[in-house]
Design a binder for this molecule. Structure first.
Ligand SMILES: Nc1nc2c(ncn2[C@@H]2O[C@H](COP(=O)(O)OP(=O)(O)OP(=O)(O)O)[C@@H](O)[C@H]2O)c(=O)[nH]1
Ligand SMILES: [Mg+2]
Length: 178
């Protein structure tokens, strides 16, 4: 495979409105603390993040129902890693499970679907679920996060790093099948 293409990684971030997807995109671009006012994403946003030799194309999809319904399949196809973000409230965790099931139906086993249990800073104040409990409900690998803290960037990059190796193994095995 062309080595430039090999180093292009498509990361998709999906989830219901206001769970923190755009904040994660900002976290990856190093400015999640800049403006925390909620501005719903219209359609989608795309940012490129350099990571060693890799170019991560991070797609942030607006969570409003109309976008999710209309475009989810088109957006998800070709992803190397999919993050489904929940705000860790019991209700949102349950609706995120539906989104995970739907995404799995679209994507099959082509790419990992990983849950982010965001807003972990609010667990103590309003009864949100800790990441391990979220994982028990969602049945996919789940990482806790506080996306509004810039110091969480390393954690998020490490999550991506741990998946990259698998992405390359998968790509090579698809190539050798052709
Ligand atoms: N307390 C807390 N607030 C957060 C956290 N992450 C994001 N937020 C806040 O949650 C609100 C919504 O965040 P966004 O990132 O815009 O949400 P979104 O998922 O992109 O929403 P849509 O674009 O409508 O789909 C903003 O006010 C953020 O500052 C977090 O870890 N903790
Ligand atoms: Mg957004």
């Amino acid at each position: 495979m062309n080595s430039t293409i090999e180093k292009l990684i498509k990361i998709s971030i999906v989830g219901h409105p206001a769970v923190g997807k755009t904040t994660i995109l900002k976290l990856l671009s190093n400015n999640s603390e800049s403006n925390q006012k909620y501005l719903p994403t219209q359609g989608f946003d795309l940012k490129t993040v350099k990571f060693g030799n890799y170019k991560l194309n991070v797609w942030d999809f607006g969570g409003q129902k109309s976008y999710l319904k209309m475009y989810l399949t088109d957006y998800l196809l070709g992803s190397d890693i999919i993050f489904v973000v929940t705000d860790s409230t019991p209700r949102n965790v349950l609706t995120s499970k539906e989104l995970i099931d739907h995404s799995t139906m679209i994507i099959g086993k082509e790419c990992p679907i990983i849950a982010i249990a965001n807003k972990q800073d609010l667990c103590k104040t309003d009864g949100r679920l800790k990441a391990d409990r979220v994982e028990n409900v969602l049945h996919v690998k789940t990482h806790g996060l506080i996306a509004i803290k810039n110091s969480e960037r390393t954690r998020m990059m490490n999550i991506i790093k741990s998946e990259l190796e698998q992405v390359l193994i998968r790509r090579n095995s698809v190539e050798s099948d052709i």
